[in-house]
Design a protein around this ligand. Sequence first.
Ligand code: ZN
Ligand code: FE
Ligand code: FE
Length: 163
Amino acid sequence: MPLTDLKDVFEHELKDLYSAEQQLVEALPKMAAAATSSKLKKALEMHLQVTQEQLKRVEEVGKAVGATVTGHTCEGMKGLVKEGDGVIKEGKKGLALDAALIGAAQRIEHYEIAAYGTAVAHAEELGLKDAAKKLQKTLDEEGKANEELTKIAEGAVNERAAA
Ligand code: ZN
Ligand code: FE
Ligand code: FE
């Protein structure tokens, strides 16, 4: 698909986001299973549910603007998920692996925050108000997920210091 105007760019962004969320729906259960801390496990499981909603939301936005959201692989998310898989394979269950998992999950959230932030700006520029609103909702959720991970990481640092 040639990218000739901002609408094309926006449509490509939707495809990318759809693929990214789809990959996460598969990756998050593996990350949750590898976590030791019940707080981290729960946070990853909760974000899986949120991610399933986000996937649907991208689909809805695509429908509303007449764009197909399938047929593209987000290579960025593919790489980030691969990094997370590597950590799980190399690590032994425990607090250290949890720290690595939080790092991998936060890289993922930051990537999504960047991608959704751009998509919201482009939707606004294109005058697609509903699309911008929907994508902003996901952007807020990703921000919250990232903050939650920071809190869990800080709690874990204290735990390790006390051990
Ligand atoms: Zn792409
Ligand atoms: Fe997401
Ligand atoms: Fe996310």
